[in-house]
Design a binder for this molecule. Structure first.
Ligand code: 3PG
Length: 207
C-alpha cells in the first residue's frame, strides 16, 4: 500500500484515542458504517495495541493505521497488531528507515520547510501537517505550496467539521485528520449511532 492511496477512501481520517478495549470494535464498526474506512488508532493508551488487534480481526473493511508512532519499536508493534500504515507526529530519518525496513507505509508529521525537505530526501511526499492550526493553518499550507509543488498534505490538529472544508479546498490538501468524529462523551456513553452520524457527515465533506 502507498499512503497516498488513503486519500481515495474519503476526505477525513479520524484520529482515535481508545481507553477501553471493549470500545474498540463497536467504535470502528460505527465509523465504517458511516463511510469512514481509514482509521488512525493512536498509541496513546495502554490498550491501544490490543484495540488494534481486535479491530483488525473483527472489522476487516477498516484500513487500520497506527498513530503516534515515535520509534522503531512502536512501528513493529503496530505492524504486529495488524496495522497497515503508520502515522508519526514528527519526522526523523530514523523513523522513516524503521518503517521502510519492516514494509510499513509511513505518513510522517511535518510542520516546517526543513522537515518537509528531510521527508522528501527520504522519498516521502505525502505528509501530515501537524499540528495544523498551531503551526500556521491554512496560510502556512498556502505558503508551503510555493516551494513544495510535489507535496500533498494531510493537516491534522485543531481541525473541526466546520473548518475542514477550507482545508480540503487547498490544492495541496487531499485529506485531513481530526478527533472530532469520536468525541469522548459519545464514547463514554457508547453512543455508536452518534459516531456513525459524525462519520457520515465527515464522509460527505468536500473542499
Ligand atoms: C491529535 O494529536 O490528537 C490529532 O492531531 C488530533 O487533533 P485534534 O484533537 O485537534 O483533532
Amino acid at each position: 500500500m502507498n499512503t497516498l492511496d488513503l486519500v481515495t477512501y474519503g476526505p477525513v481520517i479520524p484520529v482515535i484515542v481508545i481507553h477501553r478495549l471493549e470500545d474498540a470494535v463497536p467504535m470502528a464498526r460505527a465509523l465504517v458504517d458511516g463511510g469512514v474506512r481509514v482509521l488512525e488508532v493512536t498509541l496513546r493508551t495502554p490498550v491501544a495495541l490490543q484495540c488494534m488487534e481486535a479491530i483488525a480481526r473483527a472489522v476487516p473493511e477498516a484500513i487500520l493505521g497506527a498513530g503516534t508512532v515515535r520509534s522503531a519499536a512502536d512501528a513493529q508493534a503496530a505492524k504486529d497488531a495488524g496495522c497497515t500504515f503508520a502515522v508519526s507526529p514528527g519526522y526523523t530519518s530514523a523513523i522513516g528507515q524503521a518503517c521502510r525496513a519492516i514494509g510499513l507505509p509511513l505518513l510522517p508529521g511535518t510542520a516546517t520547510g526543513s522537515e518537509v525537505m528531510q521527508a522528501n530526501a527520504d522519498g516521502l511526499f505525502f505528509l501530515k501537517f501537524f499540528p495544523a492550526m498551531q503551526a500556521g493553518g491554512i496560510p502556512m499550507l498556502k505558503a508551503l505550496a510555493g516551494p513544495f509543488t510535489d507535496v500533498v498534505f494531510c493537516p491534522t490538529g485543531g481541525i473541526t467539521l466546520e473548518t475542514a472544508p477550507q482545508f480540503l479546498a487547498l490544492p495541496n490538501v487531499k485529506v485531513c485528520g481530526g478527533s472530532w468524529l469520536t468525541p469522548a462523551d459519545a464514547v463514554a456513553a457508547k453512543d455508536w449511532a452518534r459516531i456513525t452520524a459524525l462519520a457520515r457527515e465527515a464522509s460527505a465533506l468536500r473542499g
